[in-house]
Design a protein around this ligand. Structure first.
Ligand code: M6R
Length: 612
């Protein structure tokens, strides 16, 4: 939520900041702004709307500036508007900053500052932070930041400019991500919320730790902890190249990321299948011994990551024979869940920064439990906080709607189940080898679904503009429904619900009218006929049924119950949810494209949800 950039060096700061903001626009796109240091002081340009709107406003201004900060906003306090846009400057004009996060005690701080004569211009909590720092700023920026940090309750990542320190930028963070890009001897350094913003200039960076403060100059990065003691920076290098964060000829990142799946999933799965032919995370720190001692797996995550966990629960229970639970991270963190010492808590997160998932992880750790994180972004907060971090290896995911990361999560949960089954001695080596071999074919099977992009366009035209679309299925198919339904609603704005096929008749079937679209998923052989009965129930009420099923499974036998059939390739039943979801990704994309939706940046959403 919200993207931050900062630059100090020898280039045109305006261009570096605008380029960086464009790469962070997935984090929020309600408004945008930059502050540039010029010979006449700090020049702020900001506007409601997107980076393209900001570019128009900035125009040719400030071409000589080589230092500045920028922001792209996902509104929390105060409507999206010019005056609530960042950067914000203190009332006395001495401090300017951009903020990602929420200052929880902002009302109390605001009243205190107002009583001291500060006049506020916006409705944001951020303006409180900037004035608080200004209150404490005598001549030493670090001192002002430390003092303000003591007063603030909440989460923040800040990039700050002080009028008395023209050759310095400052950065500080708590519960929100911030990295410092290393200019590698080019007399420049960067501040950013995420790696894509700096990839054009450098692949080396430092991950700022909790309550650490960085002083960033052209030639140096100096980090201290909240007590002012120097901190040895943790330097990281990212393997992604700049092209990975480009659309590469596709109209949208989402489509590019859908099509990347057959390639990138090889990097998720391949290196984990060892010489004995069995998939494992053993050499990434998740040992067989840990899993042997695990009596229950507890998965906590949000959104699509949770949906992968719902599928993963079945993998673990079926293969490893131990109970597995899943829970929405935002509920888990406040419910005081009953956890046992031999539980393994698994947190799943593409970004590794989702506030609720991070809090769930911290809660599990505080209760003394072992934690594993399945994450994509290397060095992210969740990856660093977990006992073991397992990486998805799918490269940057830019579209707000996740596709390739979801598929990687499901594949990794299958590996977790295979390894747990091995550690527990629940399956023979032959069976584990067979499962691992089948999993290694998943990328190719997903590749076979790509022609759906062309073949489902007409279907998408038929489904577009509908008010409601239902997804029904049983067992693993039901789990896949959750993700199919979310994919559709988040990018097309069509209301959609995922329902257990057998549950529909207990109320929701009253919503089925002639021509209501129902996407029925029926891939699991054992329960196929049961689902078919439920499909017939909606068909009898006039539903337009799209059936997603395994190859050769649909045999109407004179009793046609589907209006449109999509067959996914034959494979192990445990892989079928992955194939079904890819089919749903493509259909949802096509529907949203027909409707002319802003597919990569759906309204009200942000890629990385760093507020609770
Ligand atoms: O970065 P995370 O995986 O923790 O994000 C979790 C959810 O916010 C995310 O999956 C969200 O539901 C996506 N918009 C789904 O496409």
């Amino acid at each position: 939520m919200c993207g931050i950039v900062g630059y100090i060096g020898e280039r045109d700061a305006k261009k570096v900041l605008l380029d960086g903001l464009l790469r962070l626009e997935y984090r929020g796109y309600d408004s945008a702004g930059i502050a540039l240091r010029t010979e006449n002081g700090i020049e702020i340009k900001k506007t409601k709307g997107r980076i393209s709107d900001l570019e128009r406003i900035v125009g040719d201004c400030c071409t000589n500036s080589m230092c500045g900060i920028g922001h792209t906003r996902w509104a929390t306090h105060g409507e999206p508007s010019q005056r609530n846009s960042h950067p914000h400057m203190s009332a006395d004009g001495r401090v300017t900053l951009v903020h990602n996060g929420i200052i929880e005690n902002y009302i109390q701080l605001k009243l205190m500052l107002e009583s001291e004569g500060v006049v506020f211009k916006s409705e944001t909590d951020t303006e409180v932070a900037v004035n608080l720092i200004a209150k404490y700023y005598k001549s030493d920026p670090l001192e002002a930041i430390y003092k303000a940090m003591n007063d603030i309750r909440g989460s923040f990542a800040l990039a700050i400019m002080f009028d008395g320190s023209p050759d310095e930028l400052y950065a500080v963070k708590k519960d929100n991500p911030l990295i410092i890009g290393i200019g590698n001897g080019n007399h420049e350094n960067f501040i950013a919320s995420d790696i894509p913003a700096i990839l054009k200039w450098t692949r080396d960076y430092i991950v700022l730790g909790e309550l650490e403060v960085a002083k960033v100059t052209r030639d140096g990065i100096y980090i201290t902890d909240k007590h002012g003691a120097p901190v040895e920076p943790r330097r990281e290098h990212v393997m992604w190249n700049y092209d990975a964060a480009e659309k590469g000829g596709y109209p949208h990142f989402m489509l590019k990321e859908i099509f990347e799946q057959p390639t990138v999933l090889r990097d998720t799965i391949g290196p984990r299948i060892k010489d004995d032919g069995i998939a494992t995370f053993e050499d990434e720190g998740l040992t067989d011994e840990i899993l042997r001692n695990t009596k229950r797996t507890y998965i906590a995550a949000c959104g699509s990551a949770l949906h992968s966990g719902i599928i993963g629960r079945t993998f673990i229970e079926r293969l490893a024979g131990i109970p597995a639970e899943y829970e929405v991270a935002s509920e888990f963190r406040y419910r005081d869940p009953i956890l046992y010492p031999d539980d393994l808590v698994v947190i799943i997160s593409q970004s590794g920064e989702t506030a609720d998932s991070l809090a769930a992880l911290r809660l599990a750790k505080a209760k003394g439990l072992r934690t594993v994180a399945i994450v994509n972004v290397v060095g992210s907060s969740i990856a660093r906080a977990a006992d073991v971090a397992l990486y998805m290896n799918v490269g940057p995911e830019i579209a707000v709607a996740t596709t390739k990361a979801f598929s990687a999560q499901v594949a990794m949960l299958l590996i977790l189940a295979i390894q747990t089954a091995k550690a527990k001695g629940n399956l023979t080596n032959e069976k584990l080898q067979e499962l691992s071999r089948e999993l290694s074919h998943l990328p190719q099977l997903i590749g076979e679904l790509m022609p759906l992009y062309e073949s489902t366009k007409q279907l998408a035209g038929h489904l577009a503009q509908r008010d409601h679309i239902f997804f029904i299925g049983r067992g693993l198919d039901y789990a896949a429904c959750y993700e199919g339904s979310l994919k559709l609603k988040e990018i097309s704005y069509i209301h959609s619900e995922a329902y257990a096929a057998g549950e529909l008749k207990h109320g929701t079937i009253s919503l089925i009218e002639p021509d209501t679209p129902v996407i029925a998923i029926a891939t699991q052989k054992e329960i196929f006929e049961k689902t078919v009965s439920n499909i017939k129930e909606v068909k009898a009420r006039g539903a337009f049924v799209v059936l997603i099923t395994g190859k050769g499974m649909y045999d109407a036998n004179g009793d046609s119950y589907a209006d449109y059939v999509i067959e996914v390739p034959e494979c192990n039943e445990l892989l079928l949810p992955s194939l079904v979801v890819v089919a749903c990704q493509i259909i949802s994309y096509n529907i949203a494209a027909v409707m002319g939706c802003d597919i990569d940046k759906p309204r009200n959403l942000a890629k990385s949800v760093t507020v609770e």
